[in-house]
Design a protein around this ligand. Structure first.
Ligand SMILES: [Zn+2]
Length: 466
């Protein structure tokens, strides 16, 4: 019995772990590799196993770096069930379809160029039909309900508090009378974040697989973070401009809507018109509202008292391109939440074109900006940026609010691990080298045996001490 690290090993994206037990093979996550074009090209490489020989998949959450290669897996011959939380199934239906549409558009664009050059045409990474087929293989699970998924393998999902439906995976394995328990953190949420509950603690494991995205960073307190956001709204009001917020459709957009409603009075939100300008974010918000039973106690109470936590009289959902373009005529008093989170695509770029060069406007970055992205350039203080072959000068004020992260910071990760009895060995994944090294020092300081598996490395679970 063993686990093999096939993705997000010493990097952040492409999460994928293969568990072998007896004659059975289970994959935990099958995520997309995201980042520079050379990295993304790796998504086209064949899987380092035969997809037809995988018996089942367990999916931790809907983010594409965990779920985004499932349609490829199905296309390559995987026919088994994909176990995940019911809310993740609802989110994946939207996100995998959207990813497929982007793939098809990318291939179309590339092929127009190739036709002119007399080159061979490319196929999209996967199509809408592949995504739909993958979603049909999903089997919903509930939190805390233990389920035998294969002979010798039992699974239980616990709330990870990262995005709706996100799960920590507990896996009980049995082979030839030997038993081992594996716990995979998935992406761990940021304690105190709105809407969702805090990550569940686990006590027993023979091996822990822990994410390490922010292993070298501590988040500011929620109070300090919210005071910072409130100050931007007041300043922008005085400047009589617009506020642009690039945001990921799932998770971040809903948190922002929630905060705007909760801090409506202190931040003077009634004086603004809010636009959620992203069809995917609108659909994801509907999925959040549908799964209100997963909300934390504060959100549940507010929902009872004030109704839907994501609605407001001055909030408009813009679904069509025409509705989105109409926002460009608004010169003052608009809060625009639009995709994409790192600004490399999506409607936010149109709003940048109409607002970035105006000094009375403000941009709020609330999420991680990978190097090489337009978002990162703005955060790093670029004076001009290129949008559709046009140089746009940056006069708007750029604000980076780090404390809104959906991932646990360093102490959140260490505290979660510390809750295990008897300090089981811990394998770090889902992190760049700096955060991983720093986190490993913190964990070793509390006497943990820390492993940092390289891609394709295996850990023999039967050799672990009981
Ligand atoms: Zn995630």
């Amino acid at each position: 019995m063993e686990i093999q690290f096939l993705g997000a090993a010493r990097e952040v994206t492409g999460s994928c772990h293969l568990v072998r037990c007896g004659n059975h093979r289970l994959l935990v996550d099958c995520g997309l590799i995201q980042g520079a074009p050379a990295d993304e090209a790796r998504n086209r490489a064949p899987f380092p196993f035969n997809p037809g020989e995988i018996d089942a998949v367990v999916l931790t959450h809907a983010h594409l770096d965990h779920s985004g290669r499932l349609p490829l897996l199905v296309k390559a011959g995987f026919r088994g069930p994909i176990y995940t939380h019911r809310a993740t199934l609802d989110l994946c239906r939207i996100m995998l379809k959207d990813a497929a549409v982007l793939n098809e558009k990318d291939a179309e664009h590339e092929n127009r160029r190739r036709l002119r050059q007399g080159k061979r045409l490319v196929e999209p990474l996967y199509s809408r039909a592949d995504a739909e087929k993958a979603v049909r293989q999903f089997q919903p699970l509930e939190y805390t309900a233990e389920r035998q998924i294969l002979p010798g393998m039992r699974v239980r999902l616990l709330d990870a508090g990262h995005i709706l439906g996100s799960a920590i995976v507990e896996l009980w394995l049995e082979e030839e009378g030997q038993q081992r328990k594996l716990v995979l953190s998935g992406d761990l949420g940021h304690a105190g974040a709105p809407i969702l509950r805090n990550p569940e603690m686990v006590r027993e494991a023979d091996l822990v697989v822990l994410e390490s995205t922010y292993g070298d960073r501590e988040h500011r307190s929620w109070d300090a973070t919210l005071a910072e956001v409130g100050e931007v709204f007041h300043q922008a009001r005085r400047d009589e401009g617009n506020i642009l917020i690039p945001a990921f459709a799932v998770g971040r957009s809903q948190e922002l809507l929630y905060f705007l409603k909760r801090h409506r009075k202190e931040w003077g939100i009634d004086q603004w018109t809010i636009f959620l300008d992203s069809p995917m974010a609108i659909e994801a918000t509907e999925v959040y509202a549908k799964h209100w039973k997963l909300f934390d106690s504060e959100t549940t109470q507010r929902r009872k008292k004030d109704g839907d936590p994501f609605s407001a009289p001055n909030l408009y959902f813009s679904r069509t391109p025409a509705q989105s373009m109409a926002i460009n005529r608004v010169r003052t008093g608009a809060i625009v939440i639009a995709g994409s989170g790192m600004c490399d695509g999506g409607r936010i770029r149109h709003h940048f074109k109409h607002n970035l060069w105006r000094e009375q406007c403000h941009v709020i970055f609330a999420g991680f900006q990978a190097s090489g992205t337009l978002g990162r350039k703005l955060v790093d203080g670029a004076k001009t940026v290129k949008l559709w072959d046009e140089n746009i000068s940056v006069a708007a004020q750029i604000h980076t609010i780090g404390g809104l992260s959906a991932h646990a910071g360093q102490s959140g990760l260490v505290d979660w691990y510390r809750n295990f009895d008897r300090r089981p060995p811990v394998a770090l994944v889902h992190g760049e080298s700096m955060p991983m090294e720093t986190l490993s020092q913190q964990l070793r300081a509390i006497k943990a045996q820390v492993l940092m598996p390289k891609p394709k490395e295996r850990i023999d679970l039967s050799s672990l001490k009981k």
